[in-house]
Design a protein around this ligand. Structure first.
Ligand code: SF4
Length: 270
């Protein structure tokens, strides 16, 4: 029996099913369960709870991931639940895997929030948002849901940093014990930044980033940051990467560098 420490929720729009996968750190996904949405909506909370418990502790196959947390932790608990159902984003970056616009259908939004609601009584440690779109989308509503969470009090939000507001940061402080903000910074030169983050203004990005750093300074016990840099055609020069890396060091942040944008995983195709 292998313990699963990361569960990853995503939605297959063509088949209208929610897929639950084990997500390894190197983005290897093993699908563990598929729930048609009508079944999901009719599923009593206890059945949902039991399903998650059962898949978490009866992982049938050897994980194929090379950086699998499961083998590190062996804690026999679900640490992170990663809900990547929303595809909504306010930007239109050319390299993004969300093709054909970035607008959620009302159905996808409802599903995203309903999955988060259904997790209210489940024992896990960190709620992670989102891998598809912008993590601050719907954050106000999500924090309202999270106020009623029985166990999970920590969040990990992947963000392009353009929708960060003081009110939302305050609400995170009130709601969460700890929040990791994973900020995608693929450039720190304004011309390269605006070529990559189409729809964003570099000046707004810098202002919001400063706001995050202000809150991290005031509440060091509440906020952590990860600076995420992804190499791509527009920024593939050592200088840009070193600039971001240096910035991460100055602000005492974790730093991740990805050498490729597109994941091989089939989940990015739908
Ligand atoms: S900010 Fe991220 S999710 Fe949004 S369009 Fe750009 S790459 Fe895609």
């Amino acid at each position: 029996m292998t313990c699963i420490s990361n569960l990853y929720f995503y939605y297959d729009e063509k088949l209208d099913i929610i897929k639950i996968a084990h997500c390894c750190l190197d983005r290897t996904y093993n699908i563990l369960a598929e729930i048609p949405t009508d079944k999901f909506y009719n599923m009593p909370d206890d059945d949902f709870y039991n399903l998650l418990k059962s898949i978490a502790f009866t992982h049938p196959t050897e994980c194929r991931g090379s950086r699998c947390e499961c083998f590190w932790t062996q804690t026999h608990e679900i640490i992170t639940i990663h809900v990547a159902i929303s595809k909504e984003c306010n930007l239109s970056c050319p390299m993004c895997y969300i093709k054909n616009g970035h607008h959620n259908s009302p159905k996808r939004k409802k599903l995203y929030l309903d999955v988060i609601k259904k997790l209210s009584n489940f024992e896990f440690v960190v709620l992670k948002l989102t891998d598809w779109g912008e993590g601050f989308i719907y954050l106000d509503e999500i924090l309202d849901i999270m106020k009623n969470y029985k166990y999970c009090k920590k969040m990990h939000i992947i963000t392009n940093c353009t929708l960060v507001t003081e009110d939302l940061l305050k609400k995170i402080v009130e709601t969460c014990e700890y929040c990791t903000l994973e900020v995608d910074i693929d450039a720190l030169s304004s011309n390269i930044y605006e070529r990559i983050r189409v729809g964003a203004k570099y000046s707004d990005f810098k202002k919001n980033l400063a706001l995050i750093l202000k809150y991290k300074k005031i509440y060091p016990e509440k906020f952590g940051t990860i600076i995420h840099f992804t190499e791509q055609d527009n920024n593939i020069n050592m200088f840009e990467r070193l600039k971001v890396e240096k910035f991460a060091k100055i602000i005492n942040s974790e730093y991740i560098i990805d050498k490729q944008w597109f994941s091989d995983s089939p989940i990015y195709e739908n």
